[in-house]
Write a protein that binds this ligand. Structure first.
Ligand SMILES: [Zn+2]
Length: 138
């Protein structure tokens, strides 16, 4: 199968639970054990209180569309997702925001609306990499 986009090569240990979770169709988020806030992207310090006391929680996979762009051109030759596609900033139910693509919806500004409820879809790209995409929630 030809891949439609470049894939990450996870190398930092603080990200490994995120990628391991995705392989099992789980969206995992780091959560600070001192201030209690989940955050994204994974890192060794809590971005809220700078604690190193980090644990992991499984996110519900539900959220809302915070912002989006309908892209009509490929700005990177290795990115072969058919245009137009939707670049989406998702605000997860747990609070953190993550960049993804919104799929299974017309890439039309009359249809795609900020605040629309969305849910995660796990897209297996290779044996090692599954990526989280989002679709309108049922
Ligand atoms: Zn904290």
């Amino acid at each position: 199968m030809e891949l439609d986009r470049p894939l990450p090569t996870p190398i930092t240990p603080e990200c490994q639970p995120y990628w391991d979770g995705l392989k099992e169709n789980k969206l995992m988020l780091p959560q600070c054990q001192d201030c209690g806030k989940p955050f994204f992207y994974p890192r060794i310090l809590c971005p809220n209180c700078h604690s190193r006391n980090i644990t992991w929680i499984q996110a519900s996979g539900k959220g809302k569309l915070y912002s989006f762009e309908i892209s009509h051109q490929k700005l990177n030759r290795r990115f072969n997702v058919p245009t137009p596609y939707i670049l989406a900033m998702i605000e997860l139910e747990e609070g953190p925001r993550m960049m993804s693509n919104l799929i299974e919806v017309d890439p039309d500004p009359q249809v795609v609306k900020c605040e629309m409820p969305v849910e995660v879809v796990f897209e297996k790209m290779t044996d090692d990499i599954t990526i989280p995409l989002f679709k309108p929630a049922q």
